[in-house]
Structure formats: structure tokens, C-alpha cells
Design a protein around this ligand. Structure first.
Ligand code: 1GP
Length: 250
């Protein structure tokens, strides 16, 4: 399987071209809202659509994929809350190892179960060191994963975790304050991690304004993910995309 999506992450990092991903939670969209979001994403030249949620209550992943794929060419990357959230119609899937936690099921157990299905799917697999950082409120992902996030002010823990993930061969790091976080990940933590690893870094959780997105980019994030804020106000797609893409020019 070609590593097309990963290659684009790698190139973005190498050329300092900041990228923007919109997170779509299949549980929180209707057919109409997803079409509207995708239309705006096309206009804003959004780089990626991430699709998934920590807990999917409805069986709408495939419906969402069908709508997205019939409306745009933006690469869709599955951001799965569980092994049940895999579908070959996407372009790639993050194979998440929850390296901030100590739950063996989310470090290797679920991966063993999912491996044959993932191989058969033909999806591009992006091995990802997933780091949950405290964003001020307990998040669905920390509850469901039964893990504690890295404390928001413990840059040294974040750095050592990121370094270990890179040394283990994980291809990217995803630093996440969790969906709907009160505070996004602090710039000082992103900067400290950036200075100590070479792999592309995705940052998300609690980014609600173009300013916050720009701050994370300046600190060293390569890809910014926004979900919640866009669900509430879709006009943010254009504003945040412009801010992020302008950062790439600086
Ligand atoms: C959550 O990083 C994503 O896993 C996005 O978070 O919904 O808070 O933007 P928000």
C-alpha cells in the first residue's frame, strides 16, 4: 500500500507548510450538515478530513464516507475510537497507540485483533503515537480509554513520551487535549516536543479560533485539527483555514 497521505504529512513537515484537518464525528452530523461542511471545506482548501469519534452510538460511518467521497477529493483519514470503526472507503487510517496511557489494550491488544481486518482493507495505515494531554475537563476519550492524560504543565513527560514513541518507530504524533477541551495544549508543550522529535506532529482539542490555531502552528504543530468549534459554527472553517495556510508562508 502506497503511503500517499503519510507522504503528504512528511512533505508538509519538511517544507514547513502547515495543514488543516476538519474532524467529523459521524454521530454529530446529518446528511445536510455534512454536505455543508464538505462544501465549505472544499472552498477553504482544507487539507484533510478526519472521521471518527471516541464513542459511536449510530452506525453512520459508511453513510458519512459515501457522502464525503461523492462530494470532494479531500483525503479522508479514519480516526477510530475502536476497531469497529474501520471502512475501506476511506483513504487512510490512524493506527493509534495511546502512548500517554498505560492501558495495554490500547497500546497493542486491540491492534492484534484489528491487524487482519486492516490488512485486508487495503487502507493506508499510519502508525500514530497518540498523546492525550489534560485540557481542563475529563474527556470522553480519557473515560473510555481508562487512562489519565498527561498533566497540562508537565512538558518533560510529554517530551519523553514523544521521544519514546518516535524511537519505537511510530510515524507521527497526535497531541490531543480531547474533543471539547477547555484549554488547548499549551504552546510551551508543543514547542518542547517539536524540539525533541522529527516526526510530523498533529495538534487538536479545544482549538476554537484562528488565533489559537496559529499559536499551535507557531509552536511547531504541522497539522491542526478542529472538530467541536466547527460543529457549532461552520463559518470558522474558512477563517481557520486561511489563518493556518497563511502561517505556512511566513
Ligand atoms: C479531538 O483533536 C480533536 O480528538 C478535535 O478536538 O473537537 O475540541 O476541536 P475539538
Amino acid at each position: 500500500m502506497e503511503q500517499t497521505v503519510y507522504h503528504s504529512f512528511f512533505e508538509a513537515r519538511k517544507n514547513n507548510r502547515k495543514k488543516f484537518a476538519v474532524l467529523i464525528d459521524p454521530d454529530k452530523v446529518s446528511s445536510d450538515s455534512i454536505i455543508n461542511t464538505v462544501d465549505l471545506a472544499v472552498k477553504a482548501e482544507v487539507d484533510y478530513l478526519f472521521l471518527g469519534g471516541s464513542l459511536l452510538v449510530n452506525d453512520t460511518l459508511e453513510v458519512c464516507l459515501d457522502i464525503i467521497k461523492s462530494s470532494c477529493d479531500i483525503p479522508v483519514i479514519l480516526f477510530p475510537g475502536s476497531t469497529m470503526q474501520v471502512n475501506a472507503k476511506a483513504d487512510a487510517v490512524f493506527l493509534l497507540s495511546l502512548i500517554s496511557g498505560r492501558n495495554p489494550e490500547l497500546l497493542i491488544g486491540q491492534h492484534v485483533i484489528a491487524a487482519p481486518m486492516l490488512k485486508q482493507s487495503g487502507l493506508e495505515i499510519i502508525s500514530t503515537g497518540y498523546m492525550l494531554v489534560n485540557g481542563g475537563v475529563p474527556t470522553t476519550v480519557s473515560y473510555i480509554s481508562n487512562t489519565n492524560p498527561i498533566p497540562a504543565d508537565k512538558n518533560d513527560i510529554a517530551v519523553c513520551t514523544a521521544m519514546a514513541g518516535e524511537m519505537l518507530g511510530l510515524k507521527i504524533l497526535y497531541m490531543d487535549a480531547g474533543s471539547g477541551a477547555q484549554q488547548p495544549i499549551r504552546s510551551s508543550m508543543i514547542k518542547a516536543v517539536r524540539e525533541n522529535v522529527n516526526v510530523p506532529i498533529i495538534v487538536g482539542g479545544g482549538i476554537t479560533t484562528p488565533e489559537k490555531a496559529m499559536e499551535s502552528c507557531r509552536a511547531g504543530a504541522d497539522i491542526i485539527v478542529v472538530g467541536n468549534a466547527i460543529e457549532k459554527d461552520t463559518s470558522l472553517i474558512i477563517k481557520i483555514a486561511n489563518a493556518i495556510h497563511a502561517q505556512a508562508m511566513i
